[in-house]
Design a protein around this ligand. Sequence first.
Ligand SMILES: [Zn+2]
Ligand SMILES: [Zn+2]
Length: 162
Amino acid sequence: MTDWNLPREGGCRCGRLRFSISASPLATSACHCTGCQKMTGSAYSLTAMVPADGFVVTAGEAVIGGLRGPVSRHHFCPSCMSWVFTRIAGMDFVNVRPTMLDDPAGFEPFMETCTAERLPFAATGAVRSFEKFPPMEGIGALLRDYAEWAAARDLGQGGASS
Ligand SMILES: [Zn+2]
Ligand SMILES: [Zn+2]
């Protein structure tokens, strides 16, 4: 059985914006899209999909950044500008950036998305790859696959990495 050591605390680069996770992730992923490349200043973004009722901001107040569109609301620390989490309209989960966790062990990506935009050198170790995003009708099976994959790993050793 997976032991996530919940609750897990996290925060931005400067520590003014802090949060707590009290529910195990529904899935973990890396996104190669050019938007994520720009917002992270890196090759891809990392996400832990956490049930909305298992995520709470415990200190500070986030501001909206990115493209400020109506669907994806990207939350940043107003001081250090770290991209901490994203809420998507109509979804009952929060996409938390696992690198914000004080201990990110066990949150390596299960799947990767938007590989059509992947930088040639960018490798994530994900076991499932999608050229764009996974089709919504297959999400249930995908989340079940993630749960099995996560349960099979030893999180205390930092996951499946050798
Ligand atoms: Zn900050
Ligand atoms: Zn992306």
